[in-house]
Design a protein around this ligand. Sequence first.
Ligand SMILES: Cc1cc2nc3c(=O)[nH]c(=O)nc-3n(C[C@H](O)[C@H](O)[C@H](O)COP(=O)(O)O)c2cc1C
Length: 278
Amino acid sequence: MTSLDFKVDEELCIGCAECVSDCPLLVLTMAGDQPRVAATRGQMCINCQHCLTVCPVGAISISGATPADCLELKDMFPEADKMEALIRGRRSIRRYRDENLDPALLRRLLELAWQAPTGMNARQVLFTVVDDKKVMGRLRTEVMERLAELVAAGRLPESHSESFSGFVKQWREKGVDIIFRGAPHLLITSAPWNCPCPEPDCLIALSYFELLAQSMGVGTVWDGMATRALNEFMPEFKEKLGIPTDHRFGYAMAFGKPAVKYYRTGPMRTAAINRVTL
Ligand SMILES: Cc1cc2nc3c(=O)[nH]c(=O)nc-3n(C[C@H](O)[C@H](O)[C@H](O)COP(=O)(O)O)c2cc1C
């Protein structure tokens, strides 16, 4: 055992060195026919656990994680056709049922989306979630009221003044919520400014959340309006929402049970591809 708590079951290990070859930071080396932590490299480990997951015989444990904690992968990935249907068939949902998601389903979604990759395996993305439609209702009202104040005081940037004053008008006159699309829930990602890749980490986590959610019948919409409103126009809301002051606001995603169903994907569009021919 080392300070990394890197353990090899010597009975199981076949000395294939896959763990050594796959270690991104060259932390491992072979000592005879067994892997071990290379002298002076232990502190480089980013705890990605490639050594544990690449071992064909399940001989490796690291930092307290053992093969028994893992999901065996044989034949477990979805078929490409199903992935294609999900990617092509997901839609931005802008009509929601007025009901809360099952808390267990939401918890599962959040736990799974949090497995998304992060730069340097930092894993510092925070999920700030509005999981109760009553709380969402209060947030919606407060945001609309604050927006109305900002519009009235002429304090929105000129580039957005007209559109956001239109949203406030729609809300006041017709009860139409263009900011959150009437969703019962909201997810905001944030990460410390000083973690290696806060911006992509936050967006990747939401991308995973979106695809998982839609595969489970939960609708989502990337919420640029809410992001702008909360992050730029009324940053005081970050504290109200419990987002740490040293965090970069990532992005907001509204979600909930859809009140709309789509029967087909749109036609394929041709990807913009710039092929390098050096
Ligand atoms: C970064 C980003 C921000 C978005 N912001 C909003 C938004 O504020 N409100 C909204 O209704 N849709 C928003 N959308 C959804 C896009 O309008 C939508 O993805 C696009 O029209 C394609 O439709 P689809 O998602 O149904 O395929 C956003 C999408 C992205 C990727």
